[in-house]
Write a new protein. Structure first.
Length: 474
């Protein structure tokens, strides 16, 4: 066994660890436990280390035994560690803490240490009182902290998930990847290919019968499958990376009807059911937190940029969109719309009916708009449309369609309501500032109102163009 005390091997004085003869089972317990244990004498030199300690520090027992705490602890941590050792010697039981320790290749690794004072017989039966240190790899804890730090600092969502997937990957547990939804597509975070995360080439969830994510999706429950039970193509890819099983845990996503998935590929099948139990706790909670936060931010952004009554973009977002159109240096048209005879609706029927009328008008404008057009509510009863690539002739025909559509009667809460609309339109050219374009359309709207309402006016340097439409153009 790779352990020693006082510089002796396990074939010498087997009672020295406990100070009494016959306690060989206790020595075997310390040597074979999965917990990493190292013990220092009063002078700060290592007198005992078990196999798990050697594995964690990636070094040999011959290097550890007899080495000093000065050799193992990072120089920046020595003063703190010295204070802890002094406190432990005086009977204090400090909480576990993080310390940078030297590993076999000479680099430093942040590990959790938990020291305690152990009473051991002195010479000739033992080395005297020791400071025993339990060492744990805090990689999983650190992975969650790094993930939360990235999330709280406002890092892009995909980067946050990459941090989590990377932190949860290890030689023992295998590679972790995360399947999630973004912009209507399925995406994957992690080092493995999208196919190993259940994402197809077209950005959809792989629904191949028998695939672990398909089973998790159908059952809405964690599943694991041994590699030999996977569909052929997936089995070959799993064998190529040395994976013995696949573990999938679904995580509800408020922004998608399809959940996100935590997916891990362990190299040993025996660890798969253990990973299921591990992933449904902190990792699932961490991903659920991220998905909930993303949904909340999305709702807040929507509220900040959209009108709560009609669902259309608000004036601020509409202006931003015009700036984006102007930056393309491509022509676009703007139609500025004001409802006619809307105030009497509120006065006669109440604001709740007026709100329903506004929502109905917004719906009609959305129906008229083309793919790529943007419809916004820019005032109380004012709307605007941004129409990329629309010509002078097109914008006049479009304005006429708007006037006719909004003049058509609508039934609201048992009332037949007739309003109407006046429209000012302008075609912007390269270099025209967005605010100036909207102001020009507003000016054209004002002239349409003065001309008698239920008409339109184009203000782009050409003569006045006004007509009173009677029907939608064919």
């Amino acid at each position: 066994m790779r352990s020693s005390i006082g510089g002796r091997t396990d074939t010498e004085d087997e009672s020295s660890l406990t100070g009494g003869s016959g306690d060989f089972w206790l020595r075997a317990l310390l040597e074979q436990t999965s917990e990493a244990i190292v013990a220092f004498d009063a002078t700060g030199f290592v007198v005992f280390a078990n196999a798990s300690c050697c594995d964690l520090l990636e070094t040999d027992l011959q290097f550890l035994i007899g080495s000093s705490v000065l050799d193992l602890v990072h120089p920046d941590e020595l003063m703190r560690v010295g204070s802890v050792i002094s406190g432990v010697s005086a009977g204090v039981r400090p909480r576990p803490g993080l310390v940078r320790l030297r590993i076999g290749d000479g680099t430093w690794k942040l590990l959790e240490v938990s020291p305690s004072s152990i009473a051991i017989a002195g010479a000739p039966h033992g080395p005297g009182d020791l400071t025993m240190v339990l060492i744990r790899d805090n990689a999983l804890q650190e992975a969650h902290w790094n993930f939360l730090a990235a999330l709280s600092s406002g890092e892009p969502f995909d980067i946050c998930l990459r941090v989590l997937a990377s932190g949860l990957s290890s030689p023992a547990d295998g590679e972790m990847c995360i399947n999630y939804a973004a912009d209507g597509q399925r995406r994957s975070a992690g080092q493995l290919s999208p196919e190993m995360a259940g994402v197809t080439a077209t950005g959809q969830l792989d629904q191949t019968p028998g695939s672990p994510w398909q089973l998790a999706y159908v059952t809405d429950a964690p599943v694991w499958r041994a590699t030999e039970l996977l569909p052929n193509g997936l089995r070959r890819r799993a064998e190529d990376i040395g994976a013995a099983a696949c573990v999938v845990v679904p995580v509800p996503d408020p922004a998608s009807a399809v959940p996100a998935f935590l997916i891990q590929w362990p190299t040993q099948p025996a660890i798969a059911p253990l990973l299921v139990e591990a992933l449904i706790r902190r990792p699932k909670e961490a991903l659920l937190l991220a998905l909930d936060r993303r949904a909340a931010i999305s709702r807040l952004e929507h509220l900040a940029h959209h009108d709560g009554l009609t669902g259309l973009v608000n004036r601020e977002r509409f202006l931003d969109a015009l700036e984006e159109l102007a930056a393309t240096e491509q022509p676009y048209a703007v139609c500025y719309i004001d409802l006619d005879r809307f105030k009497p609706v509120n006065d006669s029927h109440g604001h709740h009916v007026g709100d329903r009328v506004l929502a109905a008008c917004a719906k009609r404008l959305m129906h008229l708009s083309r793919p790529g057009d943007l419809v916004g509510r820019v005032g109380g009863d004012e709307f605007a449309l941004a129409c990329p690539g629309m010509s002078h002739a097109d914008v006049e025909a479009f304005a006429e369609r708007i006037v006719v559509a909004l003049r058509s009667p609508m039934r609201v809460d048992g009332h037949v309501i007739e309003v109407g609309a006046s429209v000012g339109c302008v075609v912007a050219g390269p270099g025209d500032a967005a605010a100036a374009v909207l102001a020009s359309a507003d000016t054209a709207l004002y002239r349409a109102k003065r001309a008698g309402r239920s008409t339109w006016f184009r203000d782009d340097g050409t003569p006045v163009t006004m007509e009173r439409p009677t029907a939608l153009p064919s």
